[in-house]
Ligand binder design. Structure first.
Ligand SMILES: C[S@@+](CC[C@H](N)C(=O)[O-])C[C@H]1O[C@@H](n2cnc3c(N)ncnc32)[C@H](O)[C@@H]1O
Length: 257
């Protein structure tokens, strides 16, 4: 092997949310593995390159192919969002670890926070944020979504596969009260839809829309993120800011008190 394998975090779907480093490495790569919809999103940056779809191959097939390709130079994988959460690329990374480099991207959680204009932890309101997916909570020993939902929790639910009324009922049990919820569908992509409401209103607000691909033959998780928690409808005043200025920031060395 002479080349390197770059795993480039592609961000949530807006081309200008690719990092400068990701963009540079992508431009330098002659062979790029990229799945839909990123092949269309980054079409301009992919002109003249050999483009392959990683999910067209079984793992061993893909490994042998990449091994061969590395004899001729570097290759890149454009990975959805960022590697940090729910990335299917870990086995490849482990295999090519010695010649691999990961370039961070803007994850869906970051894009959701930006779109909602809310931080997901907020002192006194949400003292923890939990990232989970009902798809990976399947086995007997794992907690359920209602075990994870609790007062003080901001919950980020990826790849939901529960019918919305069931998900909401589980969340209601965990939180023990009505709390704000936002459903972010195809963030930064064409057809983006964001529905903000509360556990008591969201089912009626969503109506017949199939945000989780539950009524189609398509087995892929829908590009939909669910965010729940009181931080979504809480506004804060400047008292926390002033408290930190009094107790922390004004004691920085070199700063006049
Ligand atoms: C296999 S995971 C990949 C997540 C990815 N590693 C990331 O950082 O965004 C796919 C899930 O991420 C969420 N997701 C990815 N892109 C999204 C988008 N543009 N809008 C809303 N949710 C998205 C959805 O929950 C989707 O089912």
């Amino acid at each position: 092997m002479t080349g390197r394998v770059h795993f480039i975090g592609a961000g949530p779907g807006a081309p200008d949310l690719l990092t400068l480093r990701g963009c540079r490495v992508l431009k330098e790569s002659q062979l790029v593995y990229v799945a839909e919809p990123y092949d269309q999103i980054f079409a301009e940056l992919l002109v003249g390159k050999e483009v392959r779809i990683p999910f067209d191959y079984y793992f061993d097939e893909l490994i042998s192919q990449v091994d061969e390709q590395l004899k001729s130079g570097n290759i890149a994988f454009l990975i959805p969002g960022d590697l940090t959460f729910y990335s299917p690329f870990q086995a490849l990374l482990d295999h090519f670890s010695a010649v691999a480099e990961v370039i961070p991207g803007v994850g869906t959680a970051n894009a959701a926070s930006a779109r909602l204009k809310k931080t997901f932890d907020l002192p006194g309101v949400c003292n923890r944020a939990i990232i989970a997916s009902p798809r990976t909570l399947g086995d007997d020993n794992a907690p359920t979504i209602s075990d994870l939902a609790a007062p003080g929790v901001a919950l980020l639910i990826y790849m939901n596969n529960l019918p919305l009324d069931q998900l909401v009922a589980d969340l209601r049990t965990g939180y023990g009260e009505d709390v704000p919820i936002a459903i972010l569908h195809r963030l930064c992509l064409s057809g983006e839809e964001i529905v903000s409401g509360s556990l008591d209103t969201i089912v009626a607000q969503v109506g017949d829309r199939d945000f989780f691909n539950l009524k189609t033959a398509d087995k892929r998780p829908a590009l939909t993120l669910v965010v729940v928690g009181k931080t979504l409808d809480t506004s804060v005043d400047g008292s926390w800011w002033d408290y930190r200025r009094d107790h922390i920031w004004k004691f920085r060395s070199g700063v006049e008190k």
